[in-house]
Ligand binder design. Structure first.
Ligand SMILES: Nc1ncnc2c1ncn2[C@@H]1O[C@H](COP(=O)(O)OP(=O)(O)OP(=O)(O)O)[C@@H](O)[C@H]1O
Length: 258
């Protein structure tokens, strides 16, 4: 029995470490921090090797470096640690209903989100027809407070004419991103973090890069209307989600917001 218990715990241990490494990788991917991370891993391996080979002096020098390095790590990775804690803290597992929504078998019966997706997509469609650029971020579980402060706070119920008038070219609010929480526009003119992803095609400029940036750093979803082509893009987890029609786009967003 002990053997079986140990094995189950071992598997759990490995799965948890894998999750932890995945999240650390997701945070540092594409940033300068990845090189620092690799550097630290190399010094750590060199330290272990010198210990194994009983090279006393080098091993103690590297050992000291690793000891001080813990503090240096906190300073160097301050931003990443902050994001990591924010990500954990804002995953609302406390609400049982939200937790159940994570379970697949609940998805078909789960109620729809409060956000009026039809109104948002209709606004995007009409802005696309008039080649009006737009960037709309819809919050899911992760808090967007850390970006909201860069823009103007507001509280307007979502509806198509309001969204169109905000992004209207001569409107003082048209620049930057709009943040939607539940069924309210809670901020406009927000500056988002842009992605460093090198695989993104060059035809996509800062608006699309900002949409990729916020959706890779949080679990929010984003809609972009291109000023150049009038095309609507839907982004989730830092990548483009493809769709063939407006109806399909609405269905996909509704499913992701459940
Ligand atoms: N970091 C950012 N956060 C929020 N909005 C941004 C950010 N960077 C750029 N934008 C918005 O994108 C607009 C310029 O976008 P740009 O032309 O570089 O993007 P694009 O992806 O090529 O889109 P388009 O196809 O509409 O030209 C800016 O006027 C601004 O409103």
């Amino acid at each position: 029995m002990d053997f079986i218990n140990l094995r189950i715990l071992d598997i759990l241990d490995i799965v948890l470490v894998a999750f932890l490494l995945y999240y650390v990788y997701k945070l540092v991917k594409g940033t300068a921090a990845i090189n620092i991370f690799i550097g630290i891993v190399m010094i750590y391996l060199a330290w272990k090797l010198t210990q194994f080979l009983a090279m006393e002096m080098l091993s103690s020098v590297l050992g000291e470096f690793i000891g001080v390095g813990m503090f240096a790590l906190i300073v160097v990775f301050q931003q990443e640690i902050r994001k990591f804690l924010l990500m954990i803290g804002s995953t609302n597992f406390g609400k049982r209903r939200n937790f159940l929504r994570q379970l697949k078998f609940m998805r078909d019966t789960a109620e729809e989100s409060a956000t009026d997706i039809n109104a948002i997509v209709n606004a995007c469609e009409s802005m696309g027809e008039s080649y009006t650029g737009a960037l709309i971020v819809i919050k899911r579980n992760t808090s967007l407070d850390f970006v909201k402060t860069s823009g103007d706070k507001m509280n307007i119920a979502v509806n198509t004419p309001i969204i169109e008038s905000i992004f209207y070219k001569n409107s003082p609010l048209h620049d930057g991103a709009m943040i939607v929480e539940d069924n309210h526009i809670v901020a406009t003119r927000v500056i988002l973090p842009v992605t460093n992803e090198r695989d993104m095609p060059l035809r996509f400029g800062l608006r699309h890069r900002a949409a990729a940036g916020i959706t890779e750093k949080t679990d929010a979803i984003a809609l972009v209307v291109s000023e150049e082509t009038g095309q609507i893009s839907y982004l989730k987890n830092g990548g483009f989600i493809l769709f063939d029609s407006k109806e399909e786009l609405i269905q996909k967003i509704k499913k992701h917001l459940r």
